[in-house]
Design a protein around this ligand. Structure first.
Ligand SMILES: [Zn+2]
Ligand SMILES: [Zn+2]
Length: 154
């Protein structure tokens, strides 16, 4: 093995030129000091063990990430299938009703009901907004806190 950086010497043997660097702590080391594992060079068993631990951790994280990703994909797929089923069912029911005079009437009613319902929802929302507004105004007018403050000022 060739010398690495010019003038680099082994950290443990100041008279011996370094031939490699530890993959973990980057210490220069000589051929005698090299601890090899799976073709990777380390300065010591400690660095080697650190690397193995870190590697296992990284792998574990990647593994669980992969798993949660595939879980999410399956959930999305299930949602998509349910959605498609709903659309297909709705479309099927719609077509069936459209061709059938009774169904046509029903469909009209359903449409009317849906319209009514959505109007009602709008109304409720408006009422809610109004109520919140009135309540808010009332709160400001009758605020105990405000009254107390005013009393303090007087
Ligand atoms: Zn090291
Ligand atoms: Zn050495």
């Amino acid at each position: 093995m060739a010398k690495i950086d010019n003038g680099s010497v082994c950290l443990n043997h100041p008279n011996v030129p370094a031939v490699a660097r530890c993959a973990v702590c980057r210490k220069p080391i000589c051929a005698d000091c090299i601890v090899k594992k799976d073709g990777v060079v380390y300065c010591s068993a400690k660095c080697r063990d650190d690397a193995i631990r870190t590697g296992a951790m990284v792998e574990g994280v990647q593994e669980s990430k992969k798993r949660s990703n595939s879980n999410r994909m399956i959930m999305n797929l299930i949602k998509l299938i349910i959605l498609l089923a709903l659309i297909a069912g709705g479309w099927f029911a719609y077509n069936k009703m459209k061709d059938d005079p009774e169904g046509k009437k029903l469909l009209k009613n359903v449409t009317k009901e849906v319209k009514k319902a959505s109007q009602k929802v709008e109304q409720t929302v408006d009422q809610g907004k109004q109520a919140v507004k009135e309540k808010g105004d009332g709160l400001i007018k009758d605020s105990k806190y405000k009254k107390e403050r005013e009393a303090l000022v007087k």
